[in-house]
Design a protein around this ligand. Sequence first.
Ligand code: ADP
Ligand code: MG
Length: 571
Amino acid sequence: MTNDTQSPSLTDGFHLVIDALKHNDIDTIFGLVGIPITDLARLAQAEGMRFIGFRHEQHAGNAAAIAGYMTQKPGICLTVSAPGFLNGLTALANATTNCFPMILISGSSEREIVDLQQGDYEEMDQLNAAKQYAKAAYRINKAEDIGIGIARAIRAAVSGRPGGVYLDLPAQLLGQSLDAALGKKSLVKVVDPVPRQIPAPDSVKRALDLLKGAKRPLILLGKGAAYAQADADIRAFVEKSGIPYLPMSMAKGLLPDTHVQSASAARSYVLAEADVVVLIGARLNWLLSHGKGKTWGAPKQFIQIDISPTEIDSNVAIAAPVIGDIGSCVAALLAGLDAGHSKPSAEWTGAIAERKDKNLTKMAATLDQNPSPMNFHSALRAIRDVLKTHPDINLVNEGANTLDYARSIIDQYQPRKRFDSGTWGIMGIGMGYAIGAAVTSGLPVVAIEGDSAFGFSGMELETICRYQLPIVTIVFNNNGVYKGCDANLNPNVKNDVPVTAFVKGARYDKMIEAFGGIGYHVATPAELTKALTEAIASGKPALINAVIDEAAGTESGRLTTLNPKSGATKK
Ligand code: ADP
Ligand code: MG
């Protein structure tokens, strides 16, 4: 341990925090400096950690969360007190909701002043605020507890169902000094942070028995399956069982989307018709219509593989829960299959293939059109064809129509390469996820962004340029939220703008030029192809402003039913 601020026999809270993180092989911090953590960031850098400084804490938090999803190690986000903490809290809550492991570390004001509400600089009871949005929340008060406190935070973030952990570091803790030898001894290396959790054999047998009797089985892969890094066994289970599968959006690429058993192009059909559904790391939440209703059609029985026992029976009755880590559960099912499994009938797989062919032919016709101005489909066709030649590229995607269309048009070929709005269906993850993915993987990122979605994190273009990250952002510019062609409804202020509108013909490409990045302005698929090809090849920060027909989108994308309408404005 180096210690240049104190006598050689002493260490302090600053050093111990960095030492404790490094001791657990954490090498990167995403954050934003200020009182009281500026020196903590400096020290991290001096001690060989990477500190990636953002312009807003929410995006630093999102970067940390996606780093956690990609690596099974908690991503670290460091913020200042009160407002900085609250900005980071959105990302922490999002990480918890999505089951991504991250630790939000925030400096905080003096306890005795906060607790008596005497009005400190950036005063706030952050620990209590964080509790309800985090998987766990801790405060460290004594320098000698830093080692155990960080170990506790790491274990809470990654063990069992992963999630966001809040760690409160009061300013006075950072300055506390401690005998260096004692400090060194107080560090804790977390042993087996992500322990295997082996499923009970009778639960595996129950699941296999149910599967044996299935006439129209279906496998549903969620992002928990992608997170688990059990890629080979999952693929073997799908292929050996012969069961058609559907990937949830972030599970795309776990098997290549071009796989013959993928039922994505017949999604509605298989959801409605299947009789036994194997959920692997996917929750029956709103994204799956809560497992009931018209979407799910015929009655069905569920096998659910999950690490969290309380996920079972959350929305509908689960006939065969298998609780454990996905790697162990899938391995056990796979081993059980060997004993005389018969593949699904040709009647079932044939019917799916027929639907798939029909839908793909229809989609191909739509994609082949060349309307002017470009619409979502023609723009995405151009992007799809370029990305086909870069199977290892990371893809970030958010928006309404931009998200819905890109999800179904852009194929993924490798696991954990698609990062999107996720469980909440939120906007604002774009540049944070893009930076987190680029820093973590060292590989290029393409972010396909609705113009509205991009706005939430657009200032992070400066961060991207500052660190010279190979991120190409494509803004689908249709002049507004959903569409750009609404009317102003205010009879009193005739020059006011519609509630969904932005500046018409905005040039987002000029934003990145302000920071030294490369801007492209494109209006046709051919121009988009050229710009994207060039931008990826350059390995430099770039932004492509893609002009999309402002009338092409639908309101709320595919979520129209979730957006109630008043009689007064209904069209
Ligand atoms: P999707 O939105 O893709 O359907 P969800 O986030 O809804 O995925 O579901 C992920 C599920 O995966 C959660 O219920 C979570 O508990 C589970 N999970 C996450 N990691 C693991 C793991 N390593 N082993 C088992 N289950 C996991
Ligand atoms: Mg738009």
